[in-house]
Design a protein around this ligand. Structure first.
Ligand code: NAD
Length: 366
């Protein structure tokens, strides 16, 4: 077995994609669905966002088998007002129904100059940047506000001593030359829940300023988020500004789309369900200030920003999306390092849907 520095398994991206496809197909997904789920998750690993990579597969397969994620399900437009549409994901794989929603929205944005898409009731839609990139590949600018419910709250509002919502991501994407888009894509919490779990599993403390305990006091102990409670919470990023954006993400993607916000009505105990809702605004630059001036000024501004003298200890000023592209280029050559806990869970999931350990070894090439 190829192992990395700290008990990691190194797998080539194409092999990992084939393995995830095989798991999804053995679980009952059609070939196209299996491909899209696999490519989406492996891209997250390539980009360095392992919290949204192939480690999600055990969770996804648990949810398909529990009926919380519906295989082979496409999204429908349920409210059609031309440039404003509401799309129901019908609890299908987010990798399918968010893609469907963007296909609808892209077509309308090209027709009307703008399209506002409310996607509700999707299973986990993964890395939000994927949906911004889908729009940017068509030359369109987009912003995306997302909430999550189905499970208990994890993130405290600014000033709050207990959790009220989850990691509510935000994304804004501007097309760049040769597919090098400007992609700002982050959770509005200080840290992803996956990172708290990793620290717990390794017996490590978290950095200061990320978590509070159940009394609302600062803590570095990841265990405050696990067990039987009372639970602590993850803090929102950026003080009142990030905390405010997190609230807006729930209001815009939940209340405004009809997908609902994170309240006791929508959070179930004892479940691993994940529901994502997303409000997307997709804009055709040609229909706003004009394509040529927009493109020239975007290029000029990015060059100007990147020309800033770096701070001591910083090699280079990067634009949002650049760190991910650099990681992908490196990992395509070196392979993806999967930690042995995640690898073990992937193998167990593969076996649970009928693949053998020998199948996994031969598909993954490890
Ligand atoms: P993060 O904190 O790593 O921030 C990533 C963003 O910051 C990217 O746009 C990146 O290009 C930019 N960035 C990072 N370093 C930079 C630098 N030096 N210069 C310029 N830009 C830089 O991201 P995160 O909060 O850990 O989120 C990770 C992923 O998790 C995202 O893709 C997000 O969409 C996803 N997510 C999804 C859900 C969901 O419910 N589906 C929930 C939370 C997060």
């Amino acid at each position: 077995m190829a192992t990395g520095k700290a008990g990691e398994v190194i797998v080539k991206a194409d092999r990992l994609t084939t393995l995830v496809r095989a798991i999804c197909e053995a679980d009952g997904s059609g070939a196209e669905e299996a491909r899209l789920v696999a490519e989406n998750l492996v891209t997250a690993n390539l980009f360095g966002h392992d919290s949204h990579g192939v480690g999600m597969i055990p969770h996804y397969i648990h949810n398909t088998q529990a009926g919380d994620c519906k295989r082979n399900t496409h999204a429908d437009i349920v409210l059609d007002n031309g440039a404003v549409i509401t799309v129901d994901g019908r609890k299908g794989y987010g990798q399918i129904v968010a893609r469907d929603a963007m296909i609808f929205g892209i077509e309308r944005a090209k027709q009307f100059g703008v399209c506002i898409v409310g996607l509700r009731n999707a299973h986990h839609i993964g890395r939000i940047g994927a949906w911004g990139e889908q729009c940017a590949d068509e030359g369109l600018v987009s912003t995306h506000y997302v909430n999550v419910h189905g499970h208990k709250p994890l993130v405290a509002p600014f000033g709050g001593a207990e959790a009220r919502f989850t990691t509510n991501p935000y994304c804004c994407t501007v097309p760049g030359p040769n597919g090098e888009h400007i992609v700002l894509d982050f959770a509005t919490s200080q840290v992803a829940m996956g990172k708290v779990r990793v620290a717990l599993n390794k017996g490590e403390r978290m950095d200061e300023g990320l978590l509070i305990d159940s009394d609302g006091n600062d803590t570095t102990d990841p265990a405050t988020m696990f067990g039987n409670g009372p639970f602590g919470a993850i803090l929102p990023f950026g003080q009142h500004k990030g905390g405010g954006l997190a609230v807006m993400c729930d209001l815009l993607s939940g209340a405004l789309t009809g997908g609902l916000t994170h309240t006791p009505k929508t959070s179930k105990d004892g479940t691993r369900d994940i529901v994502n809702n997303m409000l997307s605004v997709i804009i055709d630059p040609a229909k706003l200030g004009g394509h040529d001036i927009w493109k020239q000024d975007t290029d000029d501004f990015i060059k100007w920003v990147k020309s800033a003298r770096p701070q001591p200890g910083v090699a280079e000023v990067l634009t949002p999306g650049e760190p991910e592209r650099r990681r992908r280029a490196r990992k395509l050559v070196e392979g993806i390092a999967v930690d042995t806990t995640t690898w073990g869970q992937l193998v167990d999931t593969a076996k649970s849907v009928g693949l053998s350990a020998a199948d996994v070894t031969s598909i993954a090439g490890v």
